[in-house]
Design a protein around this ligand. Structure first.
Ligand code: 5GP
Ligand code: ZN
Length: 114
């Protein structure tokens, strides 16, 4: 997708602080971090929203959570706790339409989100 910000990061056209790469996913630090650790984990495949995930994408989406587990351990937040969350569409605040897990940690996280 030529007009997708995260596809441009995947292609190296826009720089990012990449912390993880696998066959199916990459992860990089959020440009506007909302917590001491705020990493975005995205699939290499362009999928616009959670609503667009198909059965064939299940392994790819699963790999986002495997990445979250590994990055949380690397960041030293696995034991204290963290959140891995995907916003879907306007009411949830999705602004970039290439699915991404927000990995947030390093501080107490309120529940429910505002
Ligand atoms: P959403 O609101 O779609 O769930 O999350 C999009 C996230 O992407 C936001 O947290 C925002 O700060 C982040 N973001 C937007 N543009 C860029 C960028 O160019 N680089 C990086 N690293 N993060 C970005
Ligand atoms: Zn994309």
């Amino acid at each position: 997708m030529s007009d997708c910000l995260f596809c441009k990061i995947l292609d190296g056209d826009i720089p990012a602080d990449i912390v993880f790469e696998s066959e199916t996913a990459i992860a990089f630090r959020d440009i506007n971090p909302r917590a001491p650790t705020h990493v975005l984990i995205i699939p290499r495949k362009h999928i616009a929203t959670l609503n667009d995930i198909s059965v064939e994408d299940e392994a790819i989406v699963g790999s986002l959570y495997s990445a979250a587990r590994l990055i949380a351990a690397e960041e030293g937040i696995a034991e204290e706790g963290y959140r891995a969350v995907m916003n879907c569409n306007a009411a949830a605040g999705q602004t970039v339409f290439h699915i991404h897990l927000h990995l947030l940690g390093g501080r107490a996280l309120g529940w429910p989100p505002g």
